[in-house]
Unconditional design. Sequence first.
Length: 243
Amino acid sequence: MAKNKKPSVGRRRFLKGAVAGAAGLMTKPKKGSAQQHEDHDHDHQVVPSDPALRTKALETLLVQKGLVDPVTLDLLVDAYQTKIGPQNGAKVIARAWIDPAYKKRLLENAPKTIAELGYTTGEADDMNVVENGPKVHNLVVCTLCSCYPWTLLGLPPRWYKSDAYRSRAVIDPRGILSEFGLTLPDEVEIRVWDSTAELRYLVLPERPAGTERMSERELAALVTRDSMVGVANVTLPKSGGRQ
Ligand code: FE
């Protein structure tokens, strides 16, 4: 093994260099462009966080070694930014609100019924949709890790993956809901659903009063990610719904 006489380079400095190298490979500044100016006495950009730097460095290596196709990566990023997210789940919920037959099918066979709108259950084989009502509120968790209906909700939020949420959702669901700003009356039963790799859950929130004349699209715009996990209810914007 060759001796390394160079001073050791800090991990962060190394990653910053790797990213700068990657950026250089990806984009060559045009003559006269703003990027070509080198007479500045300041950095052009703030160095990203460590995880972001690690990700970019890893991506650069994988692309350089030909292990991943940058076009495929772009497609994946685009999918998560524009195609996969809570807007998908919201469309399922809005359809269930306006179409009783769809809702009945959804509660009986969620995978088949969400497929009617072009969505899948991802790598999980099965999915259950659980309906909120005046006497029942459903809450979804994955106590083991972070199983999540990502094809309908996108990537899970950080709190969903936290130890605190995963343990307390089971031990003290009413308490954790109040910390999310949702205080439920004592007479409302809270049902906690523990997701697994094979079975995911999606909450069908209650349709808010005052939305009777809203279109399916308008209804979908009201449905939030948190309401489909069960840590929130669907509410009308403060300006009120269209009557
Ligand atoms: Fe999990």
